[in-house]
Design a protein around this ligand. Structure first.
Ligand SMILES: Nc1nc2c(ncn2[C@@H]2O[C@H](COP(=O)(O)OP(=O)(O)O)[C@@H](O)[C@H]2O)c(=O)[nH]1
Ligand SMILES: [Mg+2]
Length: 236
C-alpha cells in the first residue's frame, strides 16, 4: 500500500486546524501529515504542537515570518517521505473524504497528477460568491490557453502528485501564484494529469477567506511568467 504525505499550509487557522487535522487523520491510509505554520499570529502554533504530541504521524515546520502559501508548500514538499503527496488547506473548504476519489487514478496507474475540481459536479458545493467563481473560471481559462491543458479548476487546493513529481516541482512562488506555477510545470513535464469531481464548502470572507482580486492579477502574471520558464533539471 502506498503512503500519503499530506502537506498542509497553516496561516492563522486556529478556528479550524484541529478539526481538519482530525478529518485527515481519520482517512483510512498510511500517512504522514506535514503542518507548515506560515508565521501565524493566532494560536495555530500551539495547536500544532499539541497535535504533534498526540499523533506520531504529524510533523511540524515553522516559518518565522509570514511568507505566503507557496513558501509553505515549498517547505513542506522538501520534507515529504511518502509515495503520494496531497495538498490540504487548513480550513474546512475541502473534504478529506474525497481522498479516495483523488487517489484512484494514481492507484490504478492511469495518472501521475490528479486535480480535484469543484466544477465537475461533486457531492455538494456551497452556492455563493459569484464573482469569485467567475475569477476562478477566467484564471483557469487563461492558464489552459498557455498550457494547452483542459482543466476545469486550476486554482483548486486539491492537487495530488506522485512523490517524485512533487519533489521535481521545485516551487519558487511564495504567494498564491504557486497554483499557476505548479500547473505550468506539470504541463511541461508531460505527465498524465487527471481531474476528479470534489465537494466544496467554500467559506466567506467573514469566515476567514483571504484570497482576493489582487491575487487574480498575481496569478495572471504567474501564468505568463511560467509559460516561458524552462523546467528545473531532472534529479536536481
Ligand atoms: N491567505 C494566506 N493563506 C496562507 C498563507 N500562508 C499559508 N496559507 C494557507 O494556505 C491555505 C489557503 O489559504 P486560504 O485563505 O484558505 O485561501 P482561500 O480559501 O483561497 O481564500 C490555507 O490553509 C492557509 O492557512 C498566507 O500567507 N496567506
Ligand atoms: Mg480556503
Amino acid at each position: 500500500m502506498m503512503k500519503l504525505s499530506i502537506v498542509m499550509p497553516v496561516y492563522n487557522e486556529e478556528r479550524t486546524l484541529e478539526e481538519i487535522v482530525g478529518r485527515v487523520l481519520a482517512t483510512p491510509y498510511e500517512k504522514e501529515v506535514l503542518l507548515i505554520d506560515d508565521g501565524s499570529r493566532d494560536r495555530s502554533r500551539e495547536i500544532m504542537q499539541t497535535l504533534a504530541e498526540q499523533h506520531p504521524e504529524v510533523r511540524c515546520f515553522y516559518h518565522e515570518r509570514n511568507s505566503g502559501k507557496g513558501a509553505a508548500l515549498s517547505t513542506g514538499f522538501r520534507e515529504v517521505q511518502g509515495d503520494v503527496v496531497i495538498i490540504q488547506d487548513a480550513d474546512l473548504e475541502y473534504d478529506p473524504s474525497d481522498y479516495g476519489a483523488l487517489l484512484r487514478p494514481i492507484e490504478e496507474g492511469m495518472a501521475d497528477v490528479v486535480y480535484g475540481s469543484r466544477f465537475l459536479g461533486g457531492a455538494y458545493a456551497r452556492v455563493h460568491l459569484f464573482w469569485h467563481f467567475v475569477g476562478n473560471r477566467l484564471l483557469t481559462l487563461v492558464s489552459n490557453m498557455f498550457t494547452n491543458l483542459n482543466l476545469t479548476d486550476m486554482e483548486t487546493c486539491y492537487k495530488v502528485f506522485r512523490a517524485d513529481i512533487a519533489r521535481r516541482l521545485d516551487i519558487q512562488s511564495r504567494t498564491f501564484a504557486v497554483e499557476p506555477e505548479i500547473t505550468a510545470k506539470v504541463a511541461k513535464m508531460r505527465v498524465r494529469i487527471y481531474e476528479v469531481p470534489i465537494s466544496y464548502a467554500g467559506r466567506d470572507y467573514e469566515e476567514g477567506k483571504k484570497i482576493g482580486l489582487k491575487d487574480a492579477f498575481i496569478a495572471v502574471a504567474a501564468i505568463i511568467k511560467w509559460r516561458f520558464k524552462s523546467l528545473p533539471p531532472q534529479g536536481g
